[in-house]
Design a protein around this ligand. Sequence first.
Ligand code: FAD
Ligand code: DLZ
Ligand code: SF4
Length: 508
Amino acid sequence: MTKLIAVLGDQLSHDGAALRCGDKGTDVVVMAEVREEATYTGHHKQKLALTFAAMRRFADELERDGWHVRYTELIDNDNAGSLVGEFARRAEEEGAEEVVTLAPGEWRLRQAFESAPLKIRQLPDDRFICSEKRFADWAEGRKELRMEWFYREMRRETGLLMEGDDPAGGEWNFDKENRKPAQPDLFREPAPTFRKDALVQEVLDMVEAEFPDNFGSLDEFNWPVSRAQAERALEHFIAHNLRDFGTYQDAMLAEDRLLHHSILSSCINLGLLSPREVCKAAENAYKAGDAPINSVEGFIRQILGWREYMRGIYFREGPDYTSRNALNHKRDLPWFYWSGETDMACMKAAIGQTRDLAYAHHIQRLMVTGNFALLAGIDPRQVQDWYLAVYIDAYEWVEAPNTAGMSQFADGGVVASKPYISSGAYIDKMSDYCGGCAYDVKAKDGEKACPFNSLYWHFLDRHRDRFEGNPRMGLIYRNWDKQKKETRDAKLKTAEAVLAKLDRGEAL
Ligand code: FAD
Ligand code: DLZ
Ligand code: SF4
């Protein structure tokens, strides 16, 4: 009996469990570009183009590999518009009674598949290193689900960067060596470029025609769309950027939008590269003496630690995770998150490159745009909607715990033991943005004061009841209490003026 093997747009791996259980002789692979997936959020144009181009490339590869593939393009006349609709249409055409797929990375789709009028078998997505069951076992009975403990277990379990029972280099975590600001004249190898062939060009044209008003520009589209291109991106990173990845991981430079980051998240999230092989490639570079331990450990921790941990949290916490709002933040997301029209140089840079590349690196997401939203008390649901829309690598299983959890503290501390907040001083230390800013990073109050400065204290003051007793924040409150009353009042007044401007819909 024929079964349909459904491959979703972020399941582009030849060795996933669904394809492994199929039979090339009798089964049919179904892939569909559908409006429902293209519009559940206002995806960046580059994200749409990458998804469709990579899906088409993958379908070609499957056909060359001997699979019978039924592929629906977005603008096909008989496109049913949703994944379930397309599965039903193809099942009828092929006389199939069952659809097999990897469980999607979103509660929304899992629930839609469960309540579909045809049988859709969702297999555990075994492309992740840690299964959902394994994560649940680890989490069971723990008072706190801290990433660091999870990560150490994953190191032991996979043997990555282990020397017998001990961590390579003698420590589990080399983060204290990884906080250097980058020098503008530091040499960095330019990112590899990927040729826009006819397939990619056709998709770019289609996206521009079908989604003209979506956020972002297609001009600088340069994403790997196939396994071969993704392998090239990985090789480039290992050869040129891994060495200094750790040291400058938290740095930001106005003239360098990528620094030493790997730019591999879209390849891994789409399935073009497996997290295991990426970690292994980094470990091999360490063993060969080509990259130092602080960089290799820092890099592997992002993938084996943070990435796997975030997915574990998303599925363990349940579908209501995205609607949590522990700090009761209700302010609307300022419109300049979409336009980039702000005098704050750091925000302008982060939003501008997000528009142009669908990419900003972790510290820009966490300590610039995320930090600002948290300090300003923006509704975390609206913040999540923004992050889900604007980044090339955005899928809810990883975006939501990063945004609601790590960045906005909306989950009340499941992911983060304290809020990731900072005044302008941190941004000034880690970047060269402040020199070219209309605001004064050293000024704490008054019209020209960096908005991060006054909002920082306003946040701490208004959430005193919740955070004062946090052992990692006691010192900050003591510092606040030591300041003269007039000084504190001036900061709070400045913050109130900043917030009032936001409420009036004015630019900052
Ligand atoms: P590198 O800095 O080179 O890191 C290497 C790899 O580690 C990444 O490719 C990624 O696979 C993994 N990684 C690093 N940090 C994280 C993390 N915190 N969580 C999960 N994986 C991580 N990442 C996404 O993949 N999708 C998202 O939608 C997403 N949303 C985010 C939202 C916010 C508010 C924040 C603070 C972070 C978010 N991240 C997200 C995590 C991180 O910012 C990106 O993975 C990273 O910037 C991708 O760039 P890169 O490939 O150059 O990463
Ligand atoms: C992100 C995305 C987009 C834009 N379009 C499609 C699509 O047309 N067809 C498809 O199968 N998948 C698409 N995807 C990826 C899915 O939305 C993704 O599988 C879910 O968000 C779960 O991670
Ligand atoms: Fe950002 Fe403040 Fe520095 Fe301006 S002064 S770039 S707003 S941190």
